[in-house]
Design a protein around this ligand. Structure first.
Ligand SMILES: [Fe+2]
Length: 242
């Protein structure tokens, strides 16, 4: 299987907990291409105090990475820039003031939540985003405590158009047994809209490859194609419907 579109990865070097060097960033992108990804969107963290990245700086760094990579490598997957926005008041302010970094095309944005509890009024914020034409894409819901045992607490978010994005490596147990079980349950329930690598370093590539093999076993080739090709494409072109 090929033509995958990765909406979550950390190959832009030296700005978060992803790769540290340009060389590792390039190795990560090439590794993802080798296991079937035709397009890889960098999603550096934007998180208050921890990773206070700014949109304009991210854009400059991304352009520099692409320029250097294109000069050195003939066969690269298509590259894009988004950000993994950790939801809090400060980051919500970025969305309200047009300082966030949505996905290429501007039709959706990746949002990460606190692991332990849901922010109050999150569904209203998601609804406001949707009204602006930006689909909230929910990073790794299987890793959040409120959804660990049951999916129902996610319903208010799904009702306002949130698109759950499976972190493939959850299926390998990389994030623990609780996240693995939750991911398998949500796959069974058909909760996920798309799947992604969330790769942070070249060593993650073989883990992502084995996770894709596991995904194909669990849901079959047709649904794997939807989760890794058709649906991430629709998030980028603005035609996503949950
Ligand atoms: Fe991430």
């Amino acid at each position: 299987m090929t033509g995958f579109v990765d909406l979550h990865s950390h190959y832009l070097p030296g700005i978060d907990d992803g790769v540290r060097t340009y060389e590792d960033g390039l190795a990560l992108v090439k590794g993802l291409a080798e296991i079937g990804f035709a397009k890889v969107v960098a999603t550096p963290h934007i998180r208050t105090a921890m990773f206070p990245n700014e949109r304009d700086d991210l854009r400059e760094r991304f352009a520099a990475f692409c320029e250097r990579a294109a000069a050195e490598e003939a066969a690269l997957p298509e590259l894009g820039l988004g950000a993994e926005h950790f939801f809090d008041d400060v980051v919500w302010g970025l969305f309200q003031n047009d300082r966030a970094q949505p996905y290429p095309g501007g039709h959706a944005a990746l949002i990460e939540l606190n692991r332990d509890s849901l922010p109050k009024g999150l569904d209203r914020c998601f609804f406001q985003l949707k009204l602006k034409g930006v689909h909230p894409v929910l990073a790794h819901p299987e890793r959040y405590a409120p959804f660990a045992k049951k999916t129902a607490p996610m319903d208010p978010l799904l009702d306002v158009g949130a698109l759950p994005l499976l972190d493939l490596m959850s299926l390998t147990g990389k994030y623990g047994r609780r996240a693995k079980r939750a991911a398998e349950r949500m796959l069974d329930e058909g909760v996920y809209y798309a799947a992604c690598s969330d790769a942070h370093r070249p060593a993650d590539v073989p883990v992502v490859a084995s996770a894709i093999a596991r995904l194909r076993k669990i849901v079959g080739d047709d649904e794997t194609h939807e989760l890794l090709v058709d649906n991430p494409k629709s998030i980028l072109d603005g035609s996503a419907e949950y």
